[in-house]
Write a protein that binds this ligand. Sequence first.
Ligand code: SF4
Length: 259
Amino acid sequence: MDKFNYTPERLNVLSSGGGTQSNAIICLIHAGVLPKPDIIVMSDTMREASNVFTYQRDHIAPLCDEIGLEYVIIPKSDYATHDLSISPAHAPLPGYFTEMNGRKKTGYCSGKQPAFCSDKWKKEVIQRYLNQRYGEKYLTRRGVDMWIGISVDEAARRAKTTKGKWRRRYPLIELNITQPQSVKLVEDYGLPTPPRSLCWMCPNRSDDMWLWMRDNVPEDFERACLHEREIQKNWPHLWLTKYGVPLATAPISNGVTHG
Ligand code: SF4
């Protein structure tokens, strides 16, 4: 396994998404393969799928407690400047599917909106929390290494900026670990298969993921259907899936990826 280059002079923070890769990093910390960061912080978007927090509480918190590693979950509403959008006149933050520019020959939406929700609901929330907790000047002086759970097969998702006060670190990429290896790593550590971490209304879900939610967590699926109807009161051209019909009646089927 490759080595992680730890820089203890900076504040080391695991920015947990609560999903597979973050859980794999926590197992590696618990096993002593990765060093212990100063703190783990997760932003609760207030729309996180129900099984994510259950898994954190039942399986991840005990590991952190055992090694004396603080894991803080911050309600997004305490630090975010706004929720779905600045105002009804502005586009909402998530990257919903849109029929604003018409539809394809298939009848599907012609594209997706740009997404800013992850930055506004997670990155900025965690930065504001850390600035408040440790002091903005102190953190500017010391610098922060933000550990992000992106695996080597998803390396294209990583931000290019790895300098400055908020330096991004990718332990799984530095250790050359893939997403399937992350799942296996957690399972081999004796924990149940970790859930994917996504908001229940996230338009990035594949059909498989919508079907899984519909069949296994129907209350989340119902919330998503309701959310779609709610956003359409202000933005009638937006949809949760590319099909551009109500989620409850969308022809979702196995093996279809949305993008
Ligand atoms: S999971 Fe989806 S909806 Fe939630 S913050 Fe991330 S991109 Fe946005």
